[in-house]
Design a protein around this ligand. Structure first.
Ligand SMILES: Cc1cc2nc3c(=O)[nH]c(=O)nc-3n(C[C@H](O)[C@H](O)[C@H](O)COP(=O)(O)O)c2cc1C
Length: 165
């Protein structure tokens, strides 16, 4: 697959089969995160990796409103460090998590960015220290659906020449 094909292959997958994925695949996803760029190369993020099925159920019940995460093979919880990069940590998280989602797509795996999460509950369950913020989670697994691509704004809506108006 070339890059364009990977971009198109990545879609939010909200149904997983529940099958396991290989450790090698998880490692490739982690390495894709490792090579992501970040402002001043600060890499102000850390990931909690959840593979335990019982713990996934606890997370779902207490902190994530969407049931499909229980069938993810692995859930990455992306934490950003405000102290290390006050302005850019969320930008950097955006880049690094998207690297992971694209790597998952290249491997034929599904993933879904998730920001609608109960951050305080996750902080407590995962013992996250105060300088770190739970920004998003990325469940990854064997896809159990192939949804149609969602519509996007037109290029004219997204790009303007020379100045805003
Ligand atoms: C930062 C961010 C947060 C998101 N949070 C959620 C979420 O909590 N639950 C969910 O089902 N999808 C979530 N999504 C997925 C978006 O709904 C999805 O990316 C968008 O509708 C475009 O669809 P596509 O990913 O299939 O291209 C999130 C996406 C991003 C980038």
């Amino acid at each position: 697959m070339n890059l364009r094909e990977i971009f198109e292959k990545r879609k939010s997958i909200r149904k997983f089969t529940g099958e396991p994925i290989k450790e090698d695949q998880i490692k490739l996803i982690m390495e894709a995160a490792q090579i992501a760029p970040s402002a001043s190369n600060k890499q102000p993020y850390k990931f909690i990796v959840i593979k335990n099925d019982e713990f996934k159920k606890v997370l779902r019940k207490k902190a994530v409103p969407q049931r499909f995460i229980e069938k993810a093979a692995v859930i990455f919880v992306a934490l950003g460090n405000k102290k290390e990069a006050d302005y850019f940590y969320k930008v950097d998280i955006g880049i690094v998590v998207q690297h992971m989602a694209l790597q998952a797509a290249e491997l034929g795996l599904g993933s879904c960015w998730m920001g609608a999460i109960k951050r305080d509950e996750l902080r407590e369950l995962l013992k996250v220290p105060k300088d770190w913020e739970v920004v998003a989670i990325l469940p990854v697994g064997v896809p159990g659906q192939d949804p149609p691509a969602r519509a996007r704004k037109s290029l004219d809506e997204l790009f303007v020449n020379d100045s805003f108006q």
